[in-house]
Design a binder for this molecule. Structure first.
Ligand code: NAD
Length: 261
């Protein structure tokens, strides 16, 4: 019996990277999934592959920066499944690697829309159902960057810090409804997001990332997925308001890395 048998989960940004690993892991644990992304071809193909493997998965297009898309994602899942047990606010973008005073208004608003307002919307459309059924687990993907500084990432860190602080607030507010709200802060994880950053900013980044993590390597998406499965499961029934750091010790030990950006 899987750890998420009978549970219904919605995941944003699930066509690739960490969201993909969370979807694969949760499906393997028996959850019924509604996965979403803006990469529809990839998302549909992934959902199809999971269905072929015997899992109950539907793909729905959802740009998390669109209120209409987020409302449609949650409404469809809740209408079809009749309940909602897990909401994973995962989708985000990386705009950074340069000083904050060089960021344009447009870049700032885009980053906040995709990385922060999306979490507000994911929670806004998930909470009424969870409160009504008196159970639920919201998992917000934050970042080690919300804990420690890194040259060039002020706006990204600001959004992730806000995600963590909203997580704590909601945990307190909706604990009496048996709705748990937690976040996960990954360190550097091997995903397309980071492959793209290395392409843009240089190969030295990969070496710096390894040095930054006391465990001596960057992480795997599956290692973040394990944390999400735990927080979604009944095993975490008394766990709310936490930020679970899956970061190879990155935020435990300040390290001097001379050539980060
Ligand atoms: N990779 C890391 O090192 C790392 C570290 C800390 C935190 N995180 C966080 O983990 C989460 C996932 O990151 P990742 O590395 O897997 O990223 P990724 O870029 O590899 O994958 C993100 C997925 O989200 C989708 N996406 C992008 N914009 C979207 C939008 N507007 N609406 C819906 N979907 C959208 C992409 O198509 C992609 O499938 C993010 O919240 C990110 O901030 C990642």
């Amino acid at each position: 019996m899987g750890r998420l048998e009978g549970k219904v989960a919605v995941i944003t940004g699930a066509a690739d990277g960490i969201g993909h690993a969370i979807a694969e892991g949760m499906a393997g644990e028996g959850a019924r999934l509604f996965i979403s992304d803006i990469e529809d071809e990839k998302g549909e193909a992934f959902a199809g592959a999971l269905r072929e493997a015997g899992h109950n998965v539907r793909y729905i297009h959802c740009d998390v920066s669109s209120d209409g898309d987020m409302a449609n994602l949650l409404t469809t899942a809740i209408d079809e499944a009749g309940r909602l047990d897990v909401m994973v606010n995962n989708a985000a973008i990386a705009i950074g690697g340069f000083p904050i005073h060089e960021m344009t208004e447009e870049q700032w608003h885009r980053l906040i829309a995709v990385n922060l307002t999306s979490v507000f919307r994911g929670c806004k459309y998930a909470l009424p159902q969870m409160i009504a059924q008196k159970s639920g687990s919201i998992i917000n993907i934050a970042s080690a960057q919300g804990h420690v500084g890194l040259d060039g990432w002020t706006a990204y860190a600001g959004a992730k810090g806000a995600v963590m602080s909203m997580t704590r607030q909601m945990a307190v507010e909706f604990g009496p409804d048996n709705v748990r709200v937690n976040s996960i802060s990954p360190g550097t994880i091997n995903t397309p997001m980071n492959e793209k950053l290395v392409d843009e900013l240089g190969e030295h980044l990969s070496r710096a990332w390894v040095k930054m993590h006391p465990i001596g390597r960057i992480g795997l998406p599956e290692e973040v997925a394990e944390a999400a499965i735990y927080l979604a499961s009944d095993a975490a029934g008394f766990t709310t308001g936490i930020d679970l750091r899956v970061d190879g010790g990155l935020t435990a030990a300040p390290r001097y890395v001379p050539d980060l950006v």
